[in-house]
Every structure is written in structure tokens, then in C-alpha cells.
Design a protein around this ligand. Sequence first.
Ligand code: CA
Length: 227
Amino acid sequence: MRILLIEDDKELQRLLKKALSEADYVVDTAADGEEGHFLGDTEPYDAVVLDLGLPKMDGIQVLQKWRKAGRNMPVLILTARDSWSDKVAGIDAGADDYLAKPFYTEELLARLRALMRRAAGFASAEIEIGPLRIDTRTSRVSVNGNPVKLTSLEYRLLAYLGHHKGKVVSRTELVEHLYDQDFDRDSNTIEVFVGRLRKKLDVDLIQTVRGLGYCLDDPAVLSKPQP
Ligand code: CA
């Protein structure tokens, strides 16, 4: 899952980027409203952390512009402590959740997980697909109760497919959500990672849909003939 972090406080941005990366998210950052708006307008993100007090364009304006343009990714706003009017303005502008500064990083991570699973239509922090379990809190994966050790990139790939269970995800979409904007992207490497993932999971969960991409679903569903 790929996250956009817009925060002009350098130290806070650094800390949050580190925490988000450690939680296996791909993170792009912006330190002002204009750049942040541009990134959110042109790149696909699974969630955005948006500070409201920003240089060049404030967070409320950024959010209003996105929503007006139909950009509907989940957005969590960061507000100043005790500023209830900021929260109201943010929610009215289209924010999905808010956190008042200062906050615990753990709470930010939990709220982001909740936003992303709600967007994907899951109620629980654990995604279950047939024998596969993906615990989005700990990035742990198991098959039939046996832990499977994955690299960070393999986990990101699986988590993205898991959040889009039963849907066909194209290679381009995967590349866009697994790497940050500076990465030298090559959609051929996705094939290699899917191959490794299949081998490690050792169950037939990831279907290749020729010419379209990949689909992760329950083997019982995948084996049914398509209408
Ligand atoms: Ca700020």
C-alpha cells in the first residue's frame, strides 16, 4: 500500500516516514500544499496523511481541490491540538479521519489501517482468504496456520492483492502501489515477485489473468469455472 505524507515540519515528517516505512508502506512525502496537491492529483495513493497548516496552500484547500476533482482516496488530517474548528472544516472538506497533534505514531498507524481496510470493504485487521491470513497490524502472514516469511516487497505485493481480494489487479497498478515515485519502475519485475510469492505460499491463491493482471482469491472460488 502506498501512502502520501504531507507535512512541513521536517522532524515530524522524518519520524512519520520512518514509522510508515517500517510498517511496510511505500511512502512519498511533500512539505508544502502545492507539491502535496500535485502528487495526490497525479499519483495513485491508498491513503494520505495531510497536515492542515502548510506553506503555499493549506491542507483544507488541498483536500477540497482533490475532492472536487473526484480524487476519493482516504485522507487523514493532522490538526493542531484543541482546534475543534479545524476538525470540522477538515471533515466538511472531505477528510475521513483526523488526529490532533501531538499524537502517538501507533495511533496514526492504527487509524490508517482502519481507513484502508474500510476502503477495501474489510471489517477486521486480519484479511482471511481461504487458508491465507494476512495480519495488517503486524505484517505477518500464515497459510493453514503456518507462518510464511516474506520480504518487505513480497509482503507489500500480497497485502495489496489482499486488499483487492477477488479483483483483477494490473501489473501497472501493482508497480504504482508498491514503489515510491523515485523508484526505477519496471513492471516485468512484478512477474518475478509474484512467482516467488506463489512458491512461498505454496497454495494456489494468485491467479494470472492473461493480458490483465493478477487476482488473489480463495482457491475454492478460483477453481470454479468462470461464467
Ligand atoms: Ca504544519
